[in-house]
Design a binder for this molecule. Structure first.
Ligand code: ADP
Ligand code: MG
Length: 242
């Protein structure tokens, strides 16, 4: 059963086509890695899925519901999706615990004690229990990004969208964030991640999609896409970056 289906997704900015009839299917518990040059449309696709952009054509379906229908309430959809960005976007004036419990309390109307208990458990699971009362500026970049992921998980999402979540980190901090994503996969979380960490995509993804000019040019298991790419554009891209 597909959690996410994108069919013929088209997005233009000022007459420039950025997503050009893009198709993508993500099954339950699957991890899909989006790779491709800067500007190929990875972030725009993730933003479309989270209804941060309106489509110019095509449909997006989440758990069988056509969420790209303009009559759908975006807030209701976003409650089922966790999104994490390159720049962690934690609220600087809120503690770690407050950052994580904000949406569960405000959006999901959970009781404070209940939301805090869940947040502390999630933080403990990623080794951040002792940072619950700290403010973001007291945390390393890797810790902040792990909190941002915990914050997204606190909504118990059906689907996680991760957009270059290690790109802003110092190299020595990348590993702890990747380890967390690895654990999420082991827990069965369905994820779509845009990444330029090819080694990680190879290891963690069930399916790799190579985007070029707003289309999926090649998709398949990582061993196949990285090992025997069939499309000249994929080969060219991989030659340049590996
Ligand atoms: P990627 O994440 O693969 O690097 P993006 O989805 O960010 O690619 O961008 C794809 C193209 O769309 C780029 O050329 C970018 O400049 C353009 N683009 C993205 N967002 C906007 C926007 N809000 N307005 C205009 N152009 C945009
Ligand atoms: Mg991007």
């Amino acid at each position: 059963m597909a959690v996410l289906t994108c069919q013929g997704v088209r997005k233009e900015f000022g007459g420039r086509v950025v997503l050009d009839g893009l198709d993508l299917t993500v099954d339950e518990h699957q991890v899909v890695a989006l790779i491709g040059a800067s500007g190929s449309g990875k972030s725009t696709l993730l933003r479309c899925v989270n209804l941060l952009e309106e489509l110019d054509d095509g449909t997006i379906t989440l758990d069988g519901e056509e969420i790209s229908d303009p009559r759908v309430d975006p807030d209701r959809v976003r409650r089922r999706i966790g999104m994490v960005f390159q720049s962690y976007n934690l609220f600087p004036h809120l503690s770690v615990l407050e950052n994580v419990t904000l949406a569960p309390r405000r959006v999901h109307r959970r009781a404070r004690a209940d939301a805090e208990a869940q947040a502390r458990e999630l933080l403990a699971r990623v080794g951040l229990a002792d940072r619950a009362d700290a403010y973001p500026d007291r945390l390393s970049g890797g810790q902040q990004q792990r909190v941002a992921i915990v914050r997204a998980l606190a909504n118990s999402p059906r689907l996680m969208l991760l957009d270059e979540v290690t790109s802003a980190l110092d190299p020595e901090l990348v590993g702890e964030v990747l380890a967390m994503i690895r654990d999420l996969k082991a827990d069965g979380m369905t994820m779509v991640l845009a990444t330029h960490e090819m080694g990680f995509a190879r290891e963690v993804a069930d399916q790799v999609c190579f985007l070029d000019a707003g289309r999926v040019v090649e998709a398949g298991p990582p061993a196949r896409v990285f090992g025997e790419p069939t499309q000249p554009r994929t080969r060219q891209f991989l030659r340049r970056i590996i």
